[in-house]
Ligand binder design. Structure first.
Ligand SMILES: [Fe+2]
Ligand SMILES: [Fe+2]
Length: 271
């Protein structure tokens, strides 16, 4: 097996969504096959691109220029799933980017197990949501999508603790807040396929946030930093904007993020 950072870079430089997720899942399967044989493949270092390769479509627009559609219509539900597919594809790259970009920082094998598993699950999520879009007569790339989703990665390109604070512990945790209401929209529309896909995503995202929290605390321990203070400092530095309540306090707790981590970053906003 080639070094994991090299495999990660291969995923990052593959543009097509389905091709990217197929490669991602194949590399994850190889990693876990080796690990279950008691092996520890080389993790290595690589030079990943600053931005991952992306398909020609969707067109990427500033969030305020992406047209809004009513969730009560099929078009509205397609738009929601299209936005989710875009998030999932970015998430595939975000997890492999951690492996490729921070290979020079010595981490225990469990760190790589967690991010390979998360990347594999994001690949499954993209495929599930793309299947839903195709069943509805659409596809990923049919609508414009948000530009700027990679900004968090660029801002934290040389700071692993900052990356963990912003990506899993802020952005993916936000997913836990908003997914239940999304599931309701598809339950009301009796779209069982989309409900099943979103429930799979909801269940697995808790562990991605938990991986973030686990390794963030690990690094704080290694650097003798207070986790709560470090989290507040890094989020204020790298994440421009407040955290918005309502928060899914139960799932955030399950993922190892206590209320005093996020409430102080939402000051001035009421639930
Ligand atoms: Fe996901
Ligand atoms: Fe995730």
């Amino acid at each position: 097996m080639r070094a994991l950072a090299e495999l990660a870079t291969e995923v990052l430089t593959t543009a097509d969504g389905r091709a990217k997720t197929a490669l991602s899942r194949a590399h994850a399967a190889d990693w876990f096959a080796a690990r279950s044989n008691g092996e520890l493949p080389e993790t290595g270092t690589a030079t990943p691109p600053l931005r991952p390769a992306r398909p020609e479509k969707p067109e990427l627009l500033s969030p305020r220029d992406v047209p809004r559609r009513k969730p009560g219509t099929v078009e509205g539900r397609i738009a929601i799933l299209h936005a989710v597919a875009h998030i999932e594809l970015n998430a595939v790259d975000l997890h492999w980017d951690v492996i490729a970009r921070f290979g020079h920082i010595p981490m225990p094998p469990g760190f790589y197990d967690d991010w390979v598993k998360a990347a594999d699950e994001e690949s499954k999520h993209f495929n599930l949501v793309s299947d839903c879009l195709e069943a509805m007569g659409s596809h990923y790339g049919a609508l414009p999508a948000h530009a700027g989703m990679w900004r968090a990665a660029e801002n934290t390109v040389d700071d692993l603790m900052g990356r963990l604070a912003v990506v899993p512990m802020v952005l993916e945790a936000r997913g836990l807040d908003v997914t239940p209401s999304m599931i309701k929209i598809f339950q009301n529309a009796k779209d069982d396929r989309a409900v099943a896909a979103l429930e799979t995503i909801y269940g697995e995202e808790v562990s991605h946030v938990a991986y973030g929290s686990k390794w963030f605390h690990f690094l704080c321990g290694r650097e003798d930093a207070d986790p709560k203070e470090a989290f507040h400092r890094l989020v204020r530095h790298y994440f421009h904007g407040q955290l918005k309540p309502p928060f899914n306090e139960e799932k955030r707790a399950e993922a190892g993020i206590p209320p005093d981590f996020y409430w102080p970053l939402s000051e001035g906003l009421t639930p």
